[in-house]
Write a protein that binds this ligand. Structure first.
Ligand code: CDP
Length: 230
């Protein structure tokens, strides 16, 4: 069977990137974290003073989009496909709260979405890709071979992200994390362009009480069944 395009969508901190990374490893595919691209653009806007009173100055950011070099490189030490912004590895910087608190404002700008979606589609041209985000099954790859919609409660999601951040140089309190993911959930699911929603043909995987390995096994079973059908 040909290589697949696998789309994983869901709210913040549902474990999309963890599952996508494990699946890509298991299948020998490429993992693309589409959220990292929106985060990198947000970091660029912050570092270049493009926010005023907490609002993005779109007329400054939009003309810069096509001069940005955003790409991924596989780190062979940790097996992670890491994001680079204009030659700098920004994988850690883009996870800071400051970026998290602004990224959904950037991700709802039409020009930003067009730019990111074009890049994402190019990355999927050769198939053999697992991409995670909010609109992968609905907008980026509406013909994806498999669409997974991951789901978990807001409390479980906030706890996961809080614990992840504790291991970094930029920890945050549980309350800050909970507030941030609730705000992003709202903006991401109500924005005008490509809001987060389950694609009609996506399979819901509830993973609130599953370990990453258990979620992987569950999805690998679905993939094996899919391959047997073809
Ligand atoms: O990891 P987490 O769930 O916190 O979010 P992320 O995947 O890193 O995405 C960060 C933000 O980028 C989201 O809250 C969305 O605003 C935006 N995003 C999007 O609009 N479309 C995507 N395909 C992926 C992310």
């Amino acid at each position: 069977m040909d290589k697949l395009i696998i789309a994983i969508d869901g709210f913040s901190s549902t474990g999309k990137s963890t599952l996508a990374k494990l699946l890509a490893k298991e299948l020998g595919y490429i993992h693309i974290d589409s959220g990292a691209m929106y985060r990198a653009i947000t970091l660029y806007a912050i570092e270049n003073g493009m926010f005023s009173d907490g609002k993005i100055i779109e007329s400054e950011l939009v003309p810069q989009l096509h001069f940005m070099d955003i790409h991924f490189e596989l780190n062979t030490k940790n097996g992670k496909n890491e994001i680079f912004l204009n030659g700098e590895n920004v994988e850690e910087k883009i996870r800071q709260m400051e970026v998290s608190s602004k990224v959904s404002l950037i991700a709802k700008i039409a020009e930003v979405r067009n730019y990111a979606v074009d890049l994402q589609r190019k990355m999927g041209e050769k198939k053999g890709i697992v991409m995670d985000g909010r609109d992968i099954g609905t907008t980026v790859f509406p013909n994806a071979d498999l669409k997974i919609y991951l789901s978990a409660s807001a409390e479980e999601r906030a706890m996961r992200r809080y614990e992840e951040l504790l291991k970094t140089e930029h920890p945050a309190t549980y309350d800050e994390v909970f507030k941030n993911i609730s705000e992003r959930d709202l903006i991401d699911s109500t924005r005008e362009i490509s809001p987060l929603r389950k694609a009609d043909d996506a399979l819901i995987v509830e993973n609130g009480n599953l370990s990453p390995q258990q979620t992987l096994q569950k999805v690998m079973k679905i993939i094996k069944e899919l391959k047997n059908l073809n």
